[in-house]
Design a protein around this ligand. Structure first.
Ligand code: C5P
Length: 204
């Protein structure tokens, strides 16, 4: 039987102002890389679309490196997957202009004009989509909103204000939220264990 292709986005994106300056965020890509590993274990063909991160590619995973949100969007479209799991912390905005050469301090002015980046998860036509909601407010309410707005099978909510969950650390505390409002709260787990639970949930 032909394997299902599962596409994972991971890490941050960088939105350059010039060759040496960019807007970004502290995502390390750990959650997405753990999902790629768990998906291979479960028998999927895996394409990992990674922003700039310092992690080793899991065995048997096809990795596509990208820098900006627009590059990530193209790589996801090109991957033509059956399932999309979007863990990437995509920059919502990019500078309206990117200079090909380093800008001088005096050329930069005090205001930075920004334009919106595409919402990769929302725009994707991949049939089965799973998103993440990293929140500092009410993670379940936000996850439910994202489920409905981005047409997700489910959304993985986490409160990034907790020290042992979210950006950079090896553990996570998450809640699976479905579009009908039903929730499954998992205990504190390693990111690999969370990844295996997400893959098992897709299998259902
Ligand atoms: O709307 P928000 O950015 O909070 O949604 C988070 C979810 O959407 C994550 O799964 C993230 O990977 C995805 N996303 C995306 N493209 C964006 C913004 C978010 O794929 N431009």
């Amino acid at each position: 039987m032909k394997k299902q292709r599962l596409v994972v986005t991971a890490g941050p994106t960088r939105e350059h102002l010039d060759p040496v300056r960019f807007l970004s965020n502290p995502s390390t890509g750990k959650m997405g890389f753990a999902i790629a590993k768990a998906a291979v274990e479960a028998g999927y063909e895996v394409v990992l679309v990674a922003g700039p991160v310092a992690l080793k590619t899991p065995k048997d995973v096809k990795r596509v490196d990208v820098v900006s949100a627009r590059e990530m969007e193209k790589a996801v479209t090109d991957a033509a997957g059956d399932i999309l799991i979007a863990t990437a912390a995509v920059a919502d905005w990019r500078p309206a202009h990117c200079s090909m050469r380093k800008l001088k301090k005096g050329e930069m002015g005090g205001t930075l004009a920004l334009v919106r980046n595409p919402d990769i998860l929302k725009g994707s036509t991949i049939p089965l989509k799973i998103g993440f909601a990293a929140e500092t407010g009410d993670p379940v309410a936000e996850a439910l909103r994202k489920c409905r707005e981005k047409k997700l099978a489910f959304c993985v909510a986490n409160d990034v204000t907790q020290k042992d969950a979210g950006f950079g650390v090896s553990t996570n505390r998450v809640i699976f939220v479905k579009p009908d409002g039903s929730c499954t709260k998992l205990p504190k787990l390693s990111k690999l264990s969370v990844a295996r639970r997400i893959i098992a949930e897709i299998g259902k």
